[in-house]
Write a protein that binds this ligand. Sequence first.
Ligand SMILES: [Zn+2]
Length: 189
Amino acid sequence: MNEIVREVKVLPTYYDGTKFRSRLEARWAIFFDYLRIPYRYEYEGFDLDGVWYVPDFYLPKQDYWIEVKPVSPSEKEQDKCERLAKATETSTYCFWDIPRPWDGSDDGPAYAWRSEWYFNWDNCHNFIQCHNCGAIRIEYYEHSYWYCNHCDSEADNEAKQLKIAYEVARRFRFDNFKIAESGRIINEN
Ligand SMILES: [Zn+2]
């Protein structure tokens, strides 16, 4: 894994009252915020057989751990995700790069340890959203659409809100935003 690339990209970033270790993590926070997905940043640490690990995000509504990396995870990083998923019996997803929709390739944008039936490691996971109720979850890309767990309507990875959230997260300018009296973030870009 190219450690130099990682060094360059790590820029602590303040956003919404939280200091994120990297701008990349802050962009993911913006992605979650736009979609009104509650998240907890560096919520809890775990001793995984002697390896101390604090996952980047916990999404309480979906019950996911989300790890964010600049580039696709190394074997060591994949191993940590696996240990976390098994120790906490919680699906763990490792996204890399800026928030972006799945582009149809076999590589990315997320690897996952999923716990629905048993734990297994798989690539090519992406966020999907229900067209009717807006519920969001992560699924393997093998279908072009899915059904919502809540209302049984169609859900897919190209829902309009999802597309906008990717755009907003990618284009957000951290040096140029104000906090309104209401507490809302106003980006003047
Ligand atoms: Zn729904």
